[in-house]
Every structure is written in C-alpha cells, then in structure tokens.
Design a protein around this ligand. Structure first.
Ligand SMILES: [Zn+2]
Length: 192
C-alpha cells in the first residue's frame, strides 16, 4: 500500500491538522527524508503552505491545534508542537504548549529543525555595558583580576584579544593574558 493510502486510512481521509477533506497531500515531516508512516502526515493545502512558509501564517486557522495536538500519532504531535511554538506569542498557543507532553524522543525530533528555539534561551555573553560578546572579539579588563590558581594579577586595562566563549555559562569568557589561558568574568570586561 502506498504511503498516501496508508495515511488516508489512518486519518479517515482528513487533514490530520485541521480536518479539512479537500486538497490533501502527504507531508513528510522534516528533517526526515525517507517516507515512513510514523514520520508523515496527511495535510490539506492550507496547512502545508503555512507550515512551509511562516510568512503567510493565518493565526486563526491554527486554532485547530487545540485538537490535533492530542493526536496519538507522533508526526502529528511534532507538527503541532512546531506550529504552537511558532505562534507562541499568542497566549492561547503558549497555554496549549504548556499542556502538551511529548516523549523525549519525539521532542528531540520536534526540535530537529530549530523550531521552538527561543532567543532568550540561548546563552548570550555581554560585557559590563551589556554589549554582546562574540568569539574572536577583543576586550579590556576594567579591574585588576586575580588569576585563579596562580600568583598572577591581570591588570586593569589589559587587552585580551580573540576571546572564546563558555557555551555553558553566559558569565564566563576565556582568553590569553601574558600567554596564559585564563577565564574572565564578563561583567569585568569591556569590548574594544
Ligand atoms: Zn489542514
């Protein structure tokens, strides 16, 4: 049986997102490339065009997520989760997301396209003035710093070139002072 037939059987020939019965097609959930029943959904043209192009999203159309997010099929759950994330600014969508539960494996798949990544969740390093620091930037110390584990003091005004960032902690960056690799605290440096 073809994938389309299997999906039609599973969905009773309805869009698995909004229940429309017209213009249905198979949507293989990215980043999956191989067609398989558990990684594909049957969707209508309205849904798929908005899934594929966030620019044309019609918020009201997606009220249907309220129902389809509870689907037993993981591909439907994944698409619902991604769309809810895209609409997170809408209060109702955030509420639904809060209620939604995905198995770890399914959640990992849902996140695989980068959907749902929140800017505010990303670790951002900022200097004393709040300027964003990036790997490779140069900074200057704004106070004398004792270097942990040595008698060395890195003097205020010392420039540290080509810093690297601690990807686990927004308060730490690393760089070389007098040939020694040290950890610096972002609030004691200024970008130059
Ligand atoms: Zn639909």
């Amino acid at each position: 049986m073809s994938l389309e037939k299997e999906l039609k059987q599973r969905s009773d020939s309805k869009c698995e997102i909004c229940s429309a019965e017209e213009n249905l097609q198979v949507y293989v959930v990215p980043p999956t490339k191989t067609e398989s029943l558990d990684k594909a959904i049957l969707v209508c043209k309205t849904c798929v065009s908005q899934i594929e192009d966030p620019e044309i999203i019609d918020v009201n159309h997606w009220r249907c997520l309220n129902d389809c997010m509870w689907s037993e099929h993981q591909a439907v759950q994944v698409v619902s989760w991604r769309m809810l994330n895209r609409l997170k600014k809408e209060g109702w969508s955030q509420d639904l997301l809060d209620m939604m539960y995905l198995d770890d494996e399914v959640l990992e798949f849902a996140k695989a396209t980068g959907e749902g990544e929140d800017e505010s969740d990303k670790i951002v390093h900022r200097d004393v003035n709040g300027v964003v620091l990036q790997a490779g930037d140069s900074v200057v110390l704004i106070k004398d710093l004792k270097v942990k584990g040595s008698s060395m003091v890195a003097k205020q005004g010392t420039a540290v070139r080509r810093i690297s960032l601690d990807n686990d902690n927004p308060e730490y960056i690393e760089g070389k002072v007098d040939g020694q690799h040290i950890v610096l605290i972002t609030k004691y440096v200024k970008k130059i």
